[in-house]
Design a protein around this ligand. Structure first.
Ligand code: MG
Length: 335
């Protein structure tokens, strides 16, 4: 029996989760929500996390009905992510590990998403699409690494959607992407947008600039509605993501596709991905917002796998890094 507590705070969500041999014992989380039209800055986000982290830690232990002495290992997000929030959360993880006398494991955030997705859905060896506010990657496992087959060349798909939400001034509560998704359901007219797939990679910054300009012109002249633009933007960027995922699936001969990350709970993306999978005799797996949005349990789950296969992070090596690629981690826990 191995119990791992995981600390996550690489962006505007802060979560602490406890995993015991594949079972989620607790997974409380808070989100730093900014007013409409505004993004979240690293220093403000870190201040938010500092303000709530000890309350969340108490909740995580109470809900799991555990004492610190029941914990075997403390896992925390090493990166990638925003510097100030990462530092804040790592500092608390390091402190409790020393107070409690427990080993530390530094976890790659992307690997956390993949391992939580595999655990929850029981997908065994999927081609993974990881899509969020900060990341866009198509990943598949080979020879002890999660290999990146394709990725964004500029901004993440979630960042594209979030920044568009800011342009049309819709709420960031619970998340801008969720509100874009709801508005997109009411869109009736498809506005043609640039489509930017480059081999296995995608690019979103040009699409964002184009739709920002279109929003100002087309909305003021009544050519289309904000709902139409949400719909068109989703259809375009999701088609791009399904295209590069399909290419990786074809290359790997995959029978499974797993969608993880905050954008992964978008139902329209899941629907489009399922259609592609059906054509290729593959199965599509996704999780709901508890596990696809950043959370502490995913760091605990990856930490559990790492700890059990021999990873321990020494105190002097327990720094964070804003850039930490998925394929830097040696995957010692898979065949
Ligand atoms: Mg994430």
């Amino acid at each position: 029996m191995t119990v791992v507590i995981g600390f996550e705070g690489s962006a505007n969500k802060i979560g602490i989760g406890i995993m015991k041999d594949g079972v989620v014992l607790s997974n409380p989380r808070r989100t730093y929500v900014t007013p409409p039209g505004q993004g979240f800055l690293p220093s403000d986000t870190a201040r938010h996390h500092r303000g709530v982290i000890l309350t969340i830690l108490k909740e995580a232990l109470e809900e799991a009905q555990l004492r610190p002495s029941d914990i075997d290992c403390v896992a925390f997000t090493k990166g990638p992510g925003m510097g100030a929030p990462l530092v804040t959360v790592a500092l608390v993880a390091r402190t409790v590990a020393q107070l409690w006398g427990k080993p530390l494991v530094a976890v790659n955030h992307c690997v956390g998403h993949i391992e939580m997705g595999r655990q929850i859905t029981r997908a065994d060896n999927p081609t993974v699409l990881y899509v969020s506010g900060g990341n866009t990657q198509v990943i598949a496992y080979s020879d002890r690494r999660y290999r990146i087959f394709g990725e964004t060349l500029d901004i993440a798909v979630g960042n594209c959607l979030d920044r568009f939400a800011r342009v049309i001034k819709i709420s960031n509560d619970p998340s801008p992407g969720y509100n874009v998704e709801q508005m997109a359901k009411k869109g009736t007219r498809y506005v043609e947008l640039p489509y930017a797939v480059k081999g296995m990679d995608v690019s979103f910054s040009g699409i964002l600039s184009y739709v920002e300009e279109a929003a100002h012109k087309m909305l003021s002249s009544g050519q289309c509605t904000a709902e139409d633009l949400c719909f068109s933007l989703q259809e375009t960027v999701f088609a791009m993501l399904v295209e590069i995922t399909e290419r990786a699936v074809a290359h790997c001969g995959s029978r499974e596709v797993l969608v993880v990350g905050g954008v992964g709970c978008n139902r329209r993306l899941q629907e489009m991905m399922s259609e592609m999978c059906a054509c290729r005799n593959a199965k599509m797996f996704a999780t709901d917002e508890r596990f696809c949005i950043d959370n502490g349990a995913m760091i605990a789950q990856a930490g559990w796998e790492m700890f059990r296969s021999g990873h321990v992070t020494k105190l002097e090596d327990s720094w964070i890094t804003q850039r930490h690629r998925t394929d830097e981690v040696e995957v010692t826990w898979r065949e």
